[in-house]
Design a protein around this ligand. Structure first.
Ligand code: F6R
Length: 604
């Protein structure tokens, strides 16, 4: 995820663009840049937060320009990789948000034609591709260029030879037009220009727009002009940063259909029936691995526990999951084992220490993280990026689902390498993966139902979450989400363990959330529900849509789309996240910044 902006009007473009970038900083902040046309393209870029750019930026004349704040995916965090990117002649400038999957091939072709590249990004090819197609009309060149792109993008383009216009195009990445008087704007998100105008036009998939100071024209993919409706936004700036959601956490829960697509992008291929990672990761997975040790903290640790169930199922390779804070001092370190560190931030001190210990002991190390350039990516032999964009809410949500999907992809890849799963089975799983965004949307549509259940929980002093198999770590995560943002005491248990102690705590006023999917232990979990009910506790079941039995046992039932084994896990997580969110909201808690907690824990 990155933030992009374009301005064409009468104000100083540098000021408008810097203001806009600050409002988009939540979308990425590892580098930022600006390109303004003052006869020629004037480009300035800096690594780090937007204030670094602001401090070093000289006054630039000019009332038309583009800007970018980056969350790196392809190519590390360097000044050359920062946007805007210029074409070889220096006349065309672009900013891009998205991923171009066929950029290597396109770059090779352009290099053969003499185009020069200075970055490692996929984005730079767009500038040269537009130049390659430029015959005196920027709009036509953009149309020709984007036909050659595979992947997804929002781009904003300017050209020295046509200094009266900016062009925007989008496919599966956000781009909104802000309509002013004698000025027009383009941005990834409305807050970027809300200070200047609240009139917006939404671009649909594959549309292109041409903005002069006075005029906005939108074209569909067949290059025909389309009539667009202007919408008036009545959000204040703070609401708008959260896209109208009251909290970042809720926005991030609702981001998940997109973030699931992003973590899969470029990694699964139905045609070749394969899972693809970068070369370093593939080399690691193809090496001789006797066992896997997963190290992580908090929610990332629970993702690791889910990973254990998945990887063992598909590969028969033993997987051990340890808290990073324990592993670093007490964990066994075997040279033949692969140590996978899971860390959203890539900066959690305990996880970094565990990673260093593993590395120093000769283990192979792989990191799953959301932050390119983070310390974890620099310590490990290889890393896999979640590509989920910055997560602002302290409680991890969208990055947890992305972690699980990465672990599922690792399991499938290893399963293929070890001949434990066939191409036909892989194809079935790939089809399931493609369906996940839809199943997540189905759960999001049940928001009101989940809110009703949250009302049952809001005054509880203690809540239990129970499940078996992969539903056990899901229970742990459900309990963690509830306790950290609502401050209600909550515990997750393996359902079979209740009778070995926790039952002593169970009273009539302890609601029990039971995750009951139709796996091999379904009858056992029904028996556990019976045990809980016998003690007078209220049971809230999370069950599959086609489960006709569960209503006879539970007091309340929340339904999720079904499937075998680990497959319903992602929609179940979304139910648990929404449940915790609503309970915390009903209790008027500080949801995005819970007391005593920090997003990135860089102390021991
Ligand atoms: C809980 C949460 C934390 C983090 C933990 C590890 O919602 O966010 O438990 O999961 O602090 O953080 P990372 O993944 O950044 O290493």
């Amino acid at each position: 995820m990155c933030g992009i902006i374009g301005y064409n009007g009468f104000r100083d473009a540098d000021i408008v663009i810097l203001n806009g970038l600050k409002k988009l900083e939540y979308r990425g902040y590892d580098s930022a840049g600006i390109a303004i046309i003052d006869k020629k393209q004037q480009v300035y870029k800096e690594i780090g937060e937007i204030k670094n750019l602001e401090e070093k930026l000289p006054k630039i004349k000019g009332t038309i320009g583009i800007g970018h704040t980056r969350w790196a995916t392809t190519g590390g965090v360097t000044k050359n990789n920062a946007h805007p990117h210029l074409s070889t002649s220096g006349k065309i400038a672009i900013v891009h948000n998205g991923i171009i999957e066929n950029y290597v091939k396109l770059r090779e072709n352009l290099e053969k034609k003499g185009f020069k590249f200075v970055s490692q990004t996929d984005s730079e090819i767009i500038a040269n591709l537009i130049e390659d197609n430029y015959k005196g009309n920027l709009k036509d060149a953009v149309f020709s260029a984007i036909k050659k792109l595979e992947g997804y993008y929002a781009i904003v383009v300017t050209c020295e030879d046509e200094p009266d216009k900016i062009i925007g195009a989008r496919l599966q990445s956000p781009l909104v037009i802000g309509v002013g008087d004698n000025e027009n704007f383009l941005a990834s998100d409305i807050p970027a220009f809300l200070k200047y105008t609240n009139r917006v036009i939404y671009l649909n998939e594959a549309e292109i727009c041409v903005l002069t100071k006075k005029d906005v024209k939108v074209y569909n993919k067949d290059e025909k002009v389309v009539d667009k409706k202007e919408n008036v936004i009545d959000w204040n700036i703070q609401d708008a940063e959260k896209s109208g959601f009251p909290h970042f956490m809720l926005k991030e829960i609702y981001d998940q259909p997109d973030t699931v697509n992003q973590v899969l992008r470029g990694r699964i291929s139905e045609i070749h029936r394969n899972i693809n990672f970068n070369e370093n990761v593939e080399n690691l997975l193809n090496s001789n691995i006797s066992s896997i040790q997963i190290v992580a903290c908090g929610t990332s640790y629970y993702a690791g526990l889910i990973g254990k169930y998945i990887i063992e199922k598909f590969t028969d390779t033993p997987v051990f999951v340890e808290f990073a804070s324990e592993y670093r001092y007490f964990g066994l370190k075997h040279e033949s084992s692969l140590v996978i560190a899971i860390t959203q931030s890539g900066e959690t001190l305990d996880t970094l220490a565990a990673l260093r210990e593993a590395k120093n002991s000769g283990c192979k190390t792989l990191v799953i993280t959301n932050v390119v350039g983070s310390t974890a990516t620099r310590i490990s032999d290889a890393y896999i990026l979640m590509q989920s964009g910055p997560e602002i809410g302290v409680a991890a949500t969208k990055t947890f689902t992305s972690q699980i999907i990465v672990l599922l992809l690792i399991a499938l890849k290893l399963g293929m390498i070890k001949n434990k799963i066939s191409a036909v089975q892989l194809y079935e799983y790939i089809r399931y993966l493609r369906e996940i965004p839809r199943t997540v949307r189905d759960v999001l549509n049940k928001n009101n139902e989940i809110l009703d259940i949250a009302k049952q929980l809001k005054n509880a002093e203690s809540v239990f979450f129970i499940g078996r198999g992969v539903n056990y770590p899901l229970s742990l995560e459900g309990a963690l989400k509830l306790k950290e943002i609502s401050y209600i005491h909550a515990e997750g248990f393996a359902a079979g363990e209740l009778k070995h102690g926790p039952f002593a705590l169970l009273t009539k006023s302890t609601p029990v959330v039971v995750i009951a999917t139709k796996d091999a232990t379904y009858d056992k979990i029904l028996a556990n529900i019976g045990e809980v009910k016998a003690r007078g506790s209220q049971v809230i079941a999370i069950a599959e849509i086609d489960d006709t039995e569960i209503e006879k046992h539970a007091d309340f039932v929340l339904r999720v789309p079904g499937g075998s084994g680990v497959l319903p896990s992602i929609p179940i997580i979304v139910v648990l996240q929404l449940l915790a969110y609503h309970v915390a909201d009903l209790r008027k808690c500080s949801i995005d910044k819970p007391r005593n907690l920090a997003k990135s824990v860089t102390v021991e």
